[in-house]
Each structure stands twice: as C-alpha cells, then as structure tokens.
Design a protein around this ligand. Sequence first.
Ligand SMILES: Cc1cc2nc3c(=O)[nH]c(=O)nc-3n(C[C@H](O)[C@H](O)[C@H](O)COP(=O)(O)OP(=O)(O)OC[C@H]3O[C@@H](n4cnc5c(N)ncnc54)[C@H](O)[C@@H]3O)c2cc1C
Length: 394
Amino acid sequence: MKKEITIIGNGFASLFFIQYFLALPFFPFFTGFFRRLYSRYDITLIGNGNFTYFPAIPEFITRKKRTRDVCIDIRPFLRRRNIRFVEGAVTDIRDGGRTVIANGEAYKNDALFIGIGPAFLEDDIPGTKEHTFSPCNGPDEMETFMSRLESMNTGVIYLGFKLNRQDGFAAGRGGQMYECACLLDFALKERRGRDNFEIHFFSPDIEPGETGGITDRMRERGIILDYGYEPAEFVAGGMLDSDGAFRQADLVLYSPGITGSRLVRESCLSVSAGGQIDVDKYGQVKGLSNVFAAGDCASHENPPPWVPHQAHMAQFRSQAAAKNMQAVLKGTAPDRTYRYELSCILNMENDAMWLHMASDNKPPFWNLFPRHSKKLIGVKNMFERLYLFYLRYL
Ligand SMILES: Cc1cc2nc3c(=O)[nH]c(=O)nc-3n(C[C@H](O)[C@H](O)[C@H](O)COP(=O)(O)OP(=O)(O)OC[C@H]3O[C@@H](n4cnc5c(N)ncnc54)[C@H](O)[C@@H]3O)c2cc1C
C-alpha cells in the first residue's frame, strides 16, 4: 500500500520539502511520466496554487519588479511530480494530525507536512491594519503602497519593523525593511524628488546607539534613524507616541513581529510561547506522530538568538523534515538536524551587501563573492531567475 502524504501550503517550505522528499529533485515533463508509473507515496498538496517569490517584493519600490514577476501558478510543477492538488485553505487539523479539513472535506494521511507560513502580530500596535502597509502581505498590498507613493510629491515616510523574540530567535523581517528603506531613497532620487521627502527608519528592537554596515548605508542616504522607537498607535496621517504626542507620517511601511496563524492556535498542533508551531530539532511537531512543520510557521528548538525566518532557513529545515519523514515512514528514528544561517543580499540598487551569519561560521559560497559590492545585485537576480526557472520548467 502506498503511503498517503499531505502537504499544507505552497510556499518555499512546502516546495523545498517536495524537492527533498521525492527521489529526484527535477522533473522535466517526460520524467513525470515515470513517477506516475512508480512511486512509493500518494501526495496531496492543499493550497491556493499561487507561489509568491517574496524576496523580490522590495524591488516593487524601484519598479524593477511587478506582481507578474513574483507570482507563479504552481499547479504545473505539481502535475509534473504527479502530486494531487486541492485548491483551498485548511481550516482544521484533527486526530493528532491524521485528518486535515479543507473546503469542508476531510483528507486522511499517514504523514503530514505543514508549511503554512507566518501570521503577523498586527494587533500589537493599534492601527497597524488600518494605517500601515507591509511588503510581507504580498504583491497586491505593495502595489497599493506604490500607488500611494507615486501620488505624493512631498511628505514624511516611516519604515520599520518589530520582532517577536518569545521563542528565542528573531521572528520578524528586519533585513527586508532595511532593503525597502534604501530602495526608497534610490527611487525618490531617480524621480529627482528626494529632497521633498523625509525618510525615517524605526524599530524598538534596535538599540538607539547601534552601529555597523547597515546603519552606515542608511546614514549615507540621509535616512533618519529612529532606532529604539515604538509608536503607541498608528493613526490617520501619523503615529502617536507613548506620551500622546503626534508625529506626522504620510505613509508607513511596517512589518510586525511574526507569529502563527489561527490554524496553529485552533487545531491540535502544539504551540510555542511565540504562537508558532512547536517543533523539535528534527522538524517534528511536538507531541504528535508523523507530523512535520518547517518555514515561517514553525519555531526552533534551542535556536541562536540572531536567526531570522528566511526562505533560506526554510530550505534547510524542509530538507531535514523530508529526510526525517522518510525515516519515520520506514519505522526508523529521525536523525537529520539543520544548520542555522542568516544569509541575504541587501539590494540598494546603487550598492549591495551580503548579510551573513552561520552557526558553524561557514562563509557563503566558499567566499566566492565579495561581501560589499553592487555586483551582488546580479548574483541575487541570478538566484531568483534560477529558482523561478526550476519551478516553471523542471
Ligand atoms: C519582502 C520580503 C523579502 C524577503 N526577502 C528574503 C530574502 O532575500 N531571502 C530569504 O531567504 N528570505 C526572504 N524573505 C523571507 C521568505 O520569503 C520567507 O521566509 C518564506 O517565504 C517562508 O516560506 P514559507 O513557505 O514558510 O511561507 P510562505 O512563503 O509565506 O508560504 C506559505 C504558504 O502557505 C499557504 N497557506 C497559509 N495558510 C494556509 C492554510 N490554512 N491552508 C493552506 N495553505 C495555507 C500560503 O498560501 C502559502 O502558499 C522575504 C520576505 C519578505 C516578506
């Protein structure tokens, strides 16, 4: 009897999971035929069918990328792998993970992988939903932000982020917001309107005296650093400080701390202190059998405090989860763990930096690339093109 596998979500974590779970990583259309003839697993994926390449979203600000460049219909990728696709949102997980509910139907499995991505602490600062935009909410919201920006000739723009540190790591989107701030500076200079705008950068998670490469890049661009600042409330046209004072902010791009979604809280999954799916170092959901989670929806066991949620980390975690799921389905104990690494290229359009930190001090790509060079923008675009080519055709 073939084992029934259910995968929830079609973001980075789930697609990396599929890559490492199947015997082959690539399936040009003719090899899909062989998987149809022979496979040990019947796999069902439940999701919306639309993959979003989030790392390219900051480039909406320079108009180098639009929605069509970052969204992919993932169904052909799944068809090539003979994976059954169910369009829908999972509303419950029951029976210790063996039953998943979507569109009112129950889907049974022998093993479950959860890659449902993050939810954001939008109630943390009142007015976040009503008065701020976030690149983390996807391309449509970023397009709305850009329409608002392009209708302005002058004004005060605030960008910022907050982290959720309750699980002992940096659950939030710091690097991405720095990138947005530097790209905004570039875009306004291109419009020859930079002098008419004040750009502020705030975060209660950065010490006011913070120094370093990113801070230098922001200072070079005349970005006003409100490190240590947390608004008490976002209101129309600005923000309120804790003493009730009003600060003008004509446009706010803000990323709240990351937590788990309602599905995490309301199903049978174990929940971490920070509201995420509580997993062990093998990616197994604690207290459940044959249930794995990876990516932005899941916490870590004993993480280093600097590690963020990234597509890059989702890859390591999904790889371990895939190998461990194969092990438990064969009746052996899971033994694959994963490295911790922060690695991303900060694209400033007229400059770029490779931000990197690793639990084993390994450099990125054997130090083949410079850490600070405009040429890194080409490297970042190459990674993006390769990954999207893989999803579209292989
Ligand atoms: C602006 C921005 C820039 C970034 N830049 C980088 C970068 O340069 N490098 C990097 O490594 N990372 C970057 N990241 C982070 C990276 O995008 C995330 O870490 C990554 O998307 C996490 O993958 P995931 O699969 O966990 O979540 P997601 O990619 O968010 O995917 C979650 C999936 O689950 C689905 N889903 C959710 N709930 C349900 C449900 N109930 N039922 C069914 N399906 C559901 C969603 O539709 C989606 O398909 C960036 C993020 C943002 C927002």
